[in-house]
Structures are given as C-alpha cells and as structure tokens.
Design a protein around this ligand. Sequence first.
Ligand code: AMP
Ligand code: MG
Length: 410
Amino acid sequence: MGLVPYEEARDAILSLAACGPLHPRAVERGEALGCVTSVPLHADEPVPPFANTAMDGFAVQAADTTGATADAPVRLKVVATLAAGDAPDREVGAGEAVRIMTGAPMPPGADAVVMVERTRSDDDGATVAVEAPARPGDHVRLAGDDVQAGQVVVEAFTVLGPAHLGVLASLGYRKVPVFPRPTVGVLSTGAELVDGPGPLAPGQIRDSNRPTLLALLAQSGFPAVDLGHAPDDEKAIAGALRNAVATCDAILTTGGVSVGDFDYVEAILGRLGRVQTWKLAIKPAKPLAVGVVEETVVFGLPGNPVSAMVSFELFARPALRQMAGHRDADRFRPEVEAVADEPLRRKADGKLHLVRVVAAFAADGRVHVRSAGAQGSHQLHASAQANALALVPDGEGVAAGSTVPALLLS
Ligand code: AMP
Ligand code: MG
C-alpha cells in the first residue's frame, strides 16, 4: 500500500525552507509572551541598580551594635528617615541610625540594617534601642545582586515567560528581538458547508473544522485569519489561496485532499506552486497535502473533523512552532508511558492508531487512560471528551493493565 510513517512526513515538512524560522524582528515587550528570542539579551545596567535594604528597620554602622541584647540594648541617634524611592542626603556616622524602609537605598556610612523587630524606638523617635548585634552586610541587597551589568540575561532561543519579561522590564527593555509568530489563514473547503444557525438544506452540514482550527491556533498563540469556506470549485479555492498568501505565513485548508471526484486541493496547490502529498500510516488522518505558494506553506488537511485536528497536532503545529523559532518544534505535547485501564482493541492494518482517550493521574503516580468513546474520524463529540491521544501501534491493540505511549493534550 506504500503508507508512510508520520514521522517521515513530519520531518519532510520541517525541512521545507518555507517552514524555517521567520525573519527576526523587535516586538513590544507586552506582546512578547511565548515568543522565542532570536539573539542573547544583555543587561546594560545592574539590578538592583543600587545597594538597598531588604527589611524595614534601621541602617547602622554594624560596629556600633556589638554586644547589643534585649537586656542591654545599644542606643543610637535617629538622624533621618528613608522610604523606598528616596535618595539619601546624609551620611550615617558613628552612634547614628537612619530609619529605613524595604527597597530604600542604603545611606552612605551605614553597612548593615537592623530589622525593626530587633529594635525599640523611644516615643519621639529621636533615638532607637538596638537589641541585637548586626554584622556588616546584614539585610543589605548589593547593587548587581540579581543581575550584573554586561551579563546575558536571556539566551537566544528562549521561550519568553512572565519572569523573563519581568527581568527585561527591570532592565528597561521596551522591545524584544524575537522570531515573529506566523500568521495563519484557515480555509474550509467543501460544497456541503454552511456557517452558523438556520435550517440545513438537504446535503448540507455546518462547518466545524474552521472554528476548531482557529481555536487550536489561538491556543498555540498564533495569530489567525478566518478565510471562510469555499465550495469544491477549483477557481474559488485557488482564488481564496492566492489572496491569502499575500498576508499569511501559513494556511490551513481542510477537505478535498482525498481521492474523491471533487478533491481539488492537491491539483490547485500544484498549479499555484509546489505540492507534496502523503498517504500516512496513521488512523485517523491518512491523507495530507502540503504545498508552498510564494513562500507561504499551505497545509491541506483532511476534511473529517477528528482527522483535521490530529493532522494539525502532528504536522501543522510543529511546523508553525518551528517558524516561530522553537527548537523543540515537535515537542509541544508531553509524551508519557500510560497504563491502559481497559483494553484498547484494534485490528492490524499497517497503521499507528491515535486513539482518543481520557487520561488522569492515579494514586500510583502514573497516567492511566481509557477510551474517550466512539473513535470514528467524523465523531468529534467523543474526541471532545478526550485529553490525550494514545499511540496504539499496529497489531491487536493494548491489553488492560499494559502500557501505551500517550500524548497529553491538556
Ligand atoms: P473530504 O476530506 O473533503 O473528503 O471530507 C471528508 C468528510 O469530512 C466529509 O464527510 C465532509 O463532509 C466532512 N467535512 C469536510 N469539511 C468539513 C468541515 N469544515 N466541517 C465539518 N465536516 C467537514
Ligand atoms: Mg470534500
């Protein structure tokens, strides 16, 4: 039959020039969450920028507090108060203290902070009794304690998370050089498709692939363009694609990649650019066409709703992630060795079966799976209950109690 293992098709797709990382550019820091950095990012200044106190208390000369106890406190003269945001305007001399709040700069002359809990102030606040000795450096956060000027704070190819963005904000970065996320168009094809409510004419169905794929794109952080649906008409599909390649880095189509009389997508892609098709050794999602039209990669996904989702999972998302600069493009979903709580039966057919399952951690600390129900490629409702795909190898299936690799979807 010449069915191709899905890894082979995926690798061929990932090696297309049109699926390489997009040209890096600087994006607003506020838009950079989840983006991948294109170069190492350096610190131009230290963080913290100045020595400051980690505690509310009193900045002192540690030597003044030697031997202080609750019974025999050392009394110091309070000469100033420093809040966070103040600039010190006075030195701390011997026998003196400055009342100081967390984050305020250390005043010159002081080398330690005594936390307020170890002190007792007199009523007018003019003096403070220190009840414990301080060592030089106590509760002082030095300039550069977190980040030194000149150091790399974020390596290239880092997926930016909230804390990375905070670090960059602390250094004054307004823009961040990243690989942009691909903009992805979604086009449904099929003469039978209609949108929205209203009575269905004979033969019609409502388009469910486009909303599903738009949601998958949103979930993966890719900006999406809704290209609507086109009938099984070469002119209409070609026209929609030709318009979309101008603004989209990638396009997902569904339907029309099988061997039916009105399956035109492969032929259209071949005419507009280049196309490669596969009959994959997987179930669901056997047919796949991938074309390149003017630098834009077009994924011709199958029309059956479960197949479209699985194809997105196995082929489109890895390619889109690679375009967005991810180095582990095909590692979006964690794969675990799960325990089958019930038999996952199948027949030998030369294919890997991607069985929609419900997965949960059990008391033994392992992931356990059971079938999510009906497994037909048109039965999206059962798949909607699934949170994992069990990868059931060719053969008779998996017995209850044995293990099976599973991709965790949530
Ligand atoms: P096709 O890949 O065009 O042969 O379509 C396979 C099956 O998927 C057919 O039953 C189609 O009616 C169905 N189908 C195709 N596109 C969609 C869609 N956008 N939403 C729901 N079902 C679809
Ligand atoms: Mg069709």
